[in-house]
Ligand binder design. Structure first.
Ligand code: SAH
Length: 214
């Protein structure tokens, strides 16, 4: 795929919209200027790639709306070198944004088709996250604990295994709820291990499901 001046122009317009909608962190806006979102959709859908909407990516899943990706990323307060666990690699776009911000990213996907596709695409953009085909409810203990944990699907509850794999002082962002909409929850673990939660309004996600897809 090609990343042209036209694509860069479309990215700039999208970034202006994100800023208008309240994304204030300049590092996140800069990351959106850099990552070619149209690479994460089929070639026919370039226009949709730079519109602020969610979009089908196969296996019944969606690439999250750019605003939602930016909002979740902003809540995480990513610092360079942070170890970040993402649940729901999907297209890999959010993974690329986290890499662009200098995080060491570990990302899990339960749909094999999507895992394989992201695993092929992401290295071509020179990002080096570790991707895994598996069930995000279990986390990825081998590389934990993590500074930040991000769930990008609607979780029926906050998985204990993930809370256990969060570092003291860490932040975790979870879209919580099983209905049509989820409540965006920021969970923080204090340095002495106390958990607290704050809510940041309603969003819409595909569901977080148990086990890998058959
Ligand atoms: N971050 C993605 C969003 C994809 S939608 C992107 O930027 O494109 C959410 C993804 O979570 C879907 O691909 C879905 O298959 C995946 N998912 C759902 N339940 C999961 C689980 N238990 N473990 C890992 N991935 C899961």
């Amino acid at each position: 795929m090609i990343d042209s001046f036209r694509h860069k122009g479309m990215r700039k317009q999208l970034v202006d919209q994100l800023a208008q909608k309240g994304i204030e962190d300049q590092r996140i806006l800069d990351a959106f200027l850099k990552v070619p979102r149209h690479f994460f959709l089929d070639a026919a859908f370039t226009e949709q790639a730079y519109t602020d909407i969610a979009f089908q990516i196969g296996a019944g899943q969606t690439i999250s709306q750019p605003y939602t990706v930016a909002f979740q990323t902003q809540l995480l307060q990513i610092e360079k070198g942070d170890k970040v666990l993402e649940i729901g690699t999907g297209s890999g776009f959010q993974t690329a944004i986290l890499c662009e911000l200098g995080a060491k990213v570990f990302s899990i996907e339960r749909q094999k088709e999507l895992y394989l596709k992201a695993n092929q695409l992401i290295p071509t953009l020179n990002y080096t996250p570790k991707l895994r085909y598996g069930d995000g409810f279990e986390g990825w203990e081998t590389f934990g604990p993590y500074d930040k944990i991000l769930i990008t699907c609607g979780a029926p509850f906050i998985p204990d295994a993930l809370v256990a794999q969060l570092k003291p002082g860490g932040r975790m962002v979870v879209p919580l709820g099983e209905g049509n909409t989820q409540e965006m929850i920021l969970l923080t673990k204090s340095t002495n291990g106390e958990i607290s939660q704050r809510s940041f309004g309603k969003f819409r996600f595909v569901p977080m499901l148990k086990d890998t897809a058959k």
